[in-house]
Design a protein around this ligand. Structure first.
Ligand SMILES: Cc1ncc(COP(=O)(O)O)c(C=O)c1O
Length: 392
């Protein structure tokens, strides 16, 4: 017996739920790729992506996923043997560092235990001890753990030690979910992708580069034709994509950005914050049963885009399978060290109160059906939080 029917609800941290309007925006023929409307479309996208990144520079759009955007940043900035500092708070920063190592960079990892955000003081200490470090690689929201790193504070710590390292930030799971201010926070390069907070299909990677990054780019020995910023800065529109533009993905992204800008970025961020807190209220109640717990130890380090929930003495995969097969809600699985130990609830991009309350209700249903000990009234706590904070 199941109670699933109709559209499956994706509560996984990417790809996320794509609004119908965005899906429909792709339902049209391709256009001639040298035409004026397409040039204007690119122009508008670069301008509006810049707004979301909080930068006056124009980002680059790649036909790529997040791994491609990572590689774009690395190859445009560095040469073999350059030393970079990777800030660990989950799996993705480490994977980015591994990609850098495979490109021939020397990697130093500031190790983290996956339960806390990176401490800016620890970054400063690493930099003080090593003047050879060419760049610091950080992830704003670590999707594997749900850690939210304080990108502004880490930037301040880098500047406070008067170190020349470039500051390179992965906003793949955070852009469009929480504030990001590349220029104001002293970030030299920011990378993102289309399939999470930006509510679009997977397939587009974005990289924004400031002046110091462009300076480093001139001397970078790892540059390759497809990723190269200089090539993409060429005069022809065709150069902007190093070939045929991904027209349908651009149509989708245009619609998604229109929706976000119409809602207002501040509202988008507030919506994420309120709904994330609703989830945290529910988890805090479930935790009383002694089986479930937050992966991220301190409340201040928990992200507004994804929450990882640890399970001790019960199998998170059984819960995930129940939620998916019986109720049509797909939860994220535990990654890396958290494989078989946690599940993840995504609350990023196209989310609203019924989606979040529905997801929480399904999880609570699953906990009950599987006899997993949990504090009673998690959904009620989420409802009360929303009643208190979303005023008439
Ligand atoms: C923070 C972060 N960085 C990088 C990636 C890798 O992106 P992709 O899977 O699109 O290559 C992900 C994917 O989930 C991510 O969450």
């Amino acid at each position: 017996m199941t109670v699933r029917a109709g559209r499956e609800f994706l509560a996984v941290p990417g790809p996320t739920n794509i609004p119908d309007e965005v899906l429909q925006a792709m339902h049209r023929p391709a256009v001639e790729i040298y035409s004026e409307p397409l040039i204007a479309l690119t122009d508008g996208l670069l301008r509006d992506l810049g707004k979301v990144f909080g930068t006056a520079t124009r980002p680059y759009i790649y036909i790529a996923n997040g791994h491609g955007a990572w590689e774009a940043a690395l190859t445009n900035l560095f040469s073999r043997g350059d030393r970079i500092l990777v800030l660990e708070s989950g799996r993705f920063a480490v994977d980015w560092g591994d990609a850098a190592a495979r490109l021939g960079l020397e990697i130093e990892v500031l190790e983290g235990d996956w339960r806390r955000a990176v401490r800016p003081k620890a970054v400063a200490a690493c930099l003080r001890a090593d003047k050879r470090i060419k760049a610091v690689l950080a992830v704003q929201i670590e999707t594997s753990t749900g850690v939210a790193n304080d990108i502004a504070a880490i930037g301040e710590a880098i500047r406070a030690v008067h170190h020349d390292a470039l500051y390179v930030v992965d906003t793949i799971a955070s852009l469009g979910c929480v504030p990001f201010a590349m220029d104001a926070w002293g970030v030299d390069v920011a990378v993102a992708a289309s399939q999470k907070g930006l509510m679009s299909p997977p397939g587009l990677g974005f990289v924004a580069a400031g002046n110091r990054a462009r300076e480093a780019h001139r001397k970078a020995g790892l540059r390759t034709p497809y990723w190269d910023w200089t090539v993409r800065d060429g005069e022809l529109h065709y150069h902007k994509y190093s070939g045929t533009p991904p027209v349908h993905l651009l149509f989708a992204l245009r619609k998604a950005l229109d929706m976000m800008l119409e809602e207002g970025l501040d509202n988008v961020f507030l919506r994420h914050r309120l709904l994330a807190e609703a989830i945290r209220r529910a988890v805090a109640v479930w935790k009383r049963g002694g089986v479930l717990d937050f992966q991220v130890a301190e409340a201040a380090d928990r992200s507004d885009a994804v929450t990882a929930v640890l399970m001790e003495g019960a199998d998170p995969n059984r819960l995930r399978v129940y939620c998916e097969t019986k109720c049509g809600v797909v939860l994220g699985r535990g990654l890396g060290k958290l494989k078989d130990k946690a599940f993840r609830i995504a609350h990023m991009g196209h989310i609203n109160a019924p989606m979040v309350l529905g997801t929480l209700g399904v999880i609570e249903t699953g906990l009950g059906a599987l006899g997993i000990a949990h504090g009673k009234g998690g959904v009620q706590a989420a409802v009360e939080w929303l009643s208190e904070s979303v005023k008439p």
